[in-house]
Write a protein that binds this ligand. Structure first.
Ligand code: SAH
Length: 205
């Protein structure tokens, strides 16, 4: 699936190196191995199945839009992936990067992939789909906590991949895999140490 989406459409420099690259506005496109790890972890909740024919996926801090695109390819024709950015030019960047390929343009035109502006710490409620929760939530920037709004918006069953700061300074972070089972019970598993840019307030222009 990763071969289907050309990183050169998303990374302005060193597109095929296994490292994060700056995309402006203090944001980076994550390294390929981080994208791969995130997708691998969320995969059972992203792929369509009998139990989940139309997966709904939220990509918070969509940045370059690369992961939003990969996940939109995976959710299938009935799926929806919404990328949320708090910086309008980055929301636009994700959409314009995706529009560089015919496949990306088709995903945007059908609404299978959408880019929105909002504060991702509050999650996202898609207009017209107010009652619908998310099968999978990917958070692309570090959180101070597993924000309660995000947990509320996670379906039962559902899975969230979220980097969380271990301390106030945010120098040490770990990715957590947060699972909600069909009865709504939540379990959190610490996966590995990472360095993500933090989820912040939107800059004032
Ligand atoms: N998944 C992206 C990662 C981009 S870096 C990629 O690989 O390209 C993290 C992104 O989180 C930045 O683009 C930043 O603008 C965004 N971000 C930071 N705080 C946010 C918030 N409160 N709400 C939404 N997006 C946020």
């Amino acid at each position: 699936m990763f071969d289907k989406v050309d990183r050169a459409h998303y990374a302005p420099s060193s597109a095929y190196e296994d490292s994060p690259q700056p995309i402006g506005h203090s944001a980076t496109i994550s390294a390929p191995h981080m994208h791969a790890t995130a997708v691998e972890s969320l995969l059972p909740y992203i792929l369509p199945s009998e139990a989940r024919p139309a997966p709904r996926v939220l990509d918070i801090g969509s940045g370059s839009g690369y992961l939003t695109h990969v996940m939109a390819e995976l959710t299938g024709e009935r799926g929806t992936v919404v990328g949320v950015e708090h910086i309008t030019p980055l929301r636009d960047l994700g959409a314009s990067n995706m529009a560089k390929s015919a496949e990306g343009r088709a995903l945007l035109a059908s609404g299978q992939a959408r880019f929105r502006v909002g504060d991702g710490r509050k999650g996202w409620v898609e207009p017209g789909q107010e009652g619908d929760k998310w099968d999978a939530i990917h958070v692309g920037a570090s959180a101070t906590d597993v924000h309660p709004e995000l947990l509320l918006q996670l379906k039962a069953p559902g899975r969230m991949f979220i980097p969380v700061d271990d301390d106030e300074g945010g120098w040490s972070q770990h990715v957590w895999c947060v699972d909600k089972d069909e009865r709504g019970e939540v379990t959190k598993k610490k996966l590995f140490g990472v360095r993500y840019v933090p989820l912040t307030d939107a800059p004032k222009y």
